[in-house]
Design a protein around this ligand. Structure first.
Ligand code: 5GP
Length: 202
């Protein structure tokens, strides 16, 4: 039988660059990763696609999924709900894939509470080089209103205080470097889970 895959959680404040780092990591086929597509009640942004970036659903559909116990975790973030479909994660891990979740801190806390002793759980917090850099990045997103930007910044400051919850903190100073560090963490944990020697540094 295949070994069960890792459950990798990446969190970090809005604007830190999680999406860009994630794309670099997902491009490494040797890591055997599958991205867990979340469900959300927020509107799609330009270029976002239903079923690829998120499953965009109504409040009613989201509520029904909560009632049916379909989420591994879910949370409210700046006025919208976001949740991780439970079955898909389990199915992929059981098939030997390493499942990658990009979620905010209160959802991560729920997963840590539920399955914190799972040796396959890998939790990583992506840290911005400074609050100023974070603000500049959020302001670069032209599609959001000032009040949303302010709420995301305020939430980001609170999220940074939760970094201690995570097994690893990675500084996102340069995308290539932080993606390399995260790939190394994943490789190390894959080797540990399979009882192999530690991987040789790339
Ligand atoms: P955004 O609106 O920028 O796509 O996402 C807002 C925040 O929600 C980000 O921190 C993102 O990582 C997080 N998020 C996305 N999907 C989920 C999910 O399924 N659960 C939780 N708890 N957070 C999520």
């Amino acid at each position: 039988m295949e070994n069960k895959g890792l459950l990798i959680i990446l969190s970090g404040p809005s604007g830190v660059g999680k999406g860009t780092v994630r794309k670099h990591i997902m491009a490494d086929r040797s890591l055997n990763l599958k991205y867990s597509i979340s469900m959300t009640t927020r509107e799609p942004r330009p270029k976002e696609k239903d079923g690829r970036d998120y499953f965009f659903v109504t409040d009613e559909v989201f509520e029904q999924n909560i009632k049916d116990g379909n989420f591994l975790e879910w949370a409210e973030f700046v006025g919208h709900k976001y949740g991780t479909p439970r079955d898909k994660v389990e199915e992929l891990r059981n098939s030997g894939y390493n499942v990658f979740l990009e979620i905010e801190t209160s959802g991560a806390a729920q997963v840590i509470k539920a399955v914190g002793d799972d040796p396959g759980l890998v939790t990583i917090f992506l840290m911005p080089p400074s609050i100023e850099a974070l603000e500049a990045r959020i302001r670069n997103r032209k599609w959001e209103k000032e009040e949303v930007i302010q709420s995301r910044l305020a939430k980001g400051r609170v999220e940074i205080e939760s970094a201690d919850l995570y097994q690893y903190t990675v500084l996102n100073d340069y995308v290539q470097r932080s993606a390399w560090e995260i790939r190394h963490i994943i490789r190390t944990r894959m080797a540990e889970l399979n009882g192999d020697e530690k991987p040789i540094v790339e």
